[in-house]
Design a protein around this ligand. Structure first.
Ligand code: NAD
Length: 497
């Protein structure tokens, strides 16, 4: 019998009442292991009501008490993260090491949020005008929603909720229905850490839940991560309803290899960033751009490394796991076929891989396509699978033009030993996160994460200073404590004096 995966509302599990559910599968076996509740509008109301009721008390909880809860959450998470990693692997399919890495990157945001007292400190100006002082404060928004994708069921929610909670907001998390168990585990951990009921809620569901949150007058802010069409929809719908929205979308990340690059380093980087997590990372490299004459040598080095990778069950020591669902695997395969038909050269064919694992797993091995052209669908679309395309251009300028004309602008990397070329690239490229001889340049928690163009709608990136700013709003207070010498009527506009 599949395990029922419920909501978490007001500090307790709550079974789905509407009767709609979705199957959750173990991608390495193809078995249905869970049945997740899909919220109906009444359940959206219940989750928002819990977050609304908890808000006044949490907002007024002192910073030292709030951070004490955060520190406890961090300690519990650090001690028990293998449990969370195992849940992620069982529903997402990524290998255990990678799942642990995801949790650790999320934990860094919890650690950042532990320093919230100094991050939300306001300013004070004494005697701005005679006898007049001015100070600024930042206050929480209220109940906020976090809507997350399947590919990082722990890290992406943790990009947002530690800072939202630290700054005094209450949260409704709507995780992906494909791997929903990590969110419940984190909710239980918050309870154990002493977070008051209702401050962190999990609403399981699909479009009905998302639409309910977007329209709900009780929700004040939305942090969304997912594909570009849905990110755009969430941004437009949420802002139209008067909410503050940050919506991070899809990606097509290029890695440029200049002729002077260390080709072994570049080949390692292409393989690690292209095939890690089966290519299901928004910062995965999917297009390698070989500049000048390096193409043949680079492709040869990448192909030799790719041949050594073991695809299989993420719990059993494989390098790369399955894709998240059979449907997604078939879609990724169809891009490989389309690329070959359009004239790209299939150098490594992942469709032929015989994985270590159950035959019904959602397998597709690492795939390498060379001589890909910019008009081919394998290049124009975000594939989100273990498919690396190599394009060849004759100059740095053409490589830059390729990256800058792409509608996405999430991450990119350049491989070179020429500091001047790297410096020029980081200045000229229209992308939010750049690696120089670093393939997956995910910023640390104390910087902000986010792309440009169709990779992010809104003007706030995730975590770091922009995260604190997103989850708070400013107030400026101008005050005068009258002494008896002041007073009298003056209808003029206030001026400094
Ligand atoms: P998705 O867009 O299908 O789903 C994301 C969330 O939106 C889920 O919670 C889902 O339930 C909900 N959703 C799906 N369809 C909806 C609809 N029609 N209306 C309202 N809500 C809907 O994305 P996914 O497949 O879960 O995740 C993969 C995508 O996320 C990729 O495009 C990837 O690049 C992107 N991603 C981006 C970043 C980033 O930082 N920019 C990070 C991780 C993932």
């Amino acid at each position: 019998m599949p395990t029922a995966i419920p909501h978490w509302i007001d500090g307790a599990r709550r079974e789905g009442a509407g009767g709609r559910t979705a199957p959750v599968t173990d991608p390495a076996t193809g078995e249905v292991t869970g049945s997740v509740a899909l919220a109906d509008p009444a359940e959206v109301d219940a989750a928002v009501a819990a977050a609304t009721a908890a808000f006044p008390g949490w907002r007024d909880t002192s910073l030292s008490r709030r951070t004490a809860v955060l520190f406890r959450f961090r300690e519990l998470l650090n001690a028990r993260k293998p449990e969370l990693a195992a849940l992620i692997t069982a529903e997402h399919g990524k290998v255990l090491d990678d799942a642990l890495g995801e949790v650790s990157r999320g934990q860094e945001v919890v650690e950042y949020a532990c320093g919230i007292p100094s991050l939300v400190r306001g300013g004070f100006t004494e005697n701005a005008s005679t006898g007049v002082d001015v100070h600024s404060v930042r206050q929480p928004l209220g109940p906020v929603a976090v809507i997350s994708p399947f590919n990082f069921p722990a890290m992406v929610p943790m990009w947002f909720f530690p800072i939202a909670i630290a700054t005094g907001n209450t949260v409704v998390l709507k995780p992906s229905e494909k791997d929903p168990s990590a969110s419940l585990w984190m909710a239980e951990l918050w309870k154990e850490a002493g977070l008051p009921d209702g401050v962190f809620n999990v609403l399981q569901g699909d479009k009905v839940a998302v639409d309910g949150l977007l329209e709900h007058p009780g929700i004040r802010g939305i942090s969304f991560v997912g594909s570009t069409p849905i990110a755009r929809y969430v941004y437009e719908t949420g802002t139209k309803a008067g909410k503050r929205v940050q919506a991070l979308g899809g990606a097509k990340n290029h890695m440029i290899v200049l002729p002077d690059a260390d080709l072994d380093l570049a080949a390692d980087a292409a393989v690690n960033s292209g095939f890690g997590s089966a290519g299901e990372r928004c910062m995965a490299i999917s297009a390698v751009v070989a500049v000048g004459g390096v193409g043949d040598d680079l492709v040869d080095r990448i192909a030799r490394r790719t041949a050594t990778l073991r695809t299989g069950d993420g719990r059993k020591g494989a390098d790369m796991g399955p894709l998240v669902t059979g449907e997604h695997r078939d879609r990724v395969r169809s891009y490989v076929e389309a690329g070959e038909e359009a004239g790209a050269k299939l150098v490594v064919d992942g469709r032929e891989v015989r994985p270590d694992g159950a035959e019904n797993g959602f397998w597709l091995g690492p795939t390498l396509l060379d001589h890909v052209q910019p008009h081919m669908s394998v290049y124009t679309d975000e594939i989100f699978g273990p498919v690396l395309s190599v394009l060849r251009v004759d100059s740095y300028e053409h490589a830059l033009e390729l990256v800058n004309s792409n509608p996405y602008g999430n991450g990119t990397a350049i491989f070179t030993n020429d500091g001047g070329a790297a410096r020029r690239f980081q200045n000229e490229v229209e992308v939010g996160m750049i690696g120089i001889n670093v393939p997956i340049p995910v910023p640390m928690a104390y910087y902000s994460f986010g792309g440009w163009k169709n990779s992010l709608f809104g003007d706030s990136h995730a975590h770091g200073a922009e995260g604190v700013h997103f989850f708070t709003r400013g107030k400026v207070v101008t005050s005068r404590w009258l002494d008896p010498s002041h007073g009298g009527l003056d209808l003029g506009f206030p001026q400094n004096g």
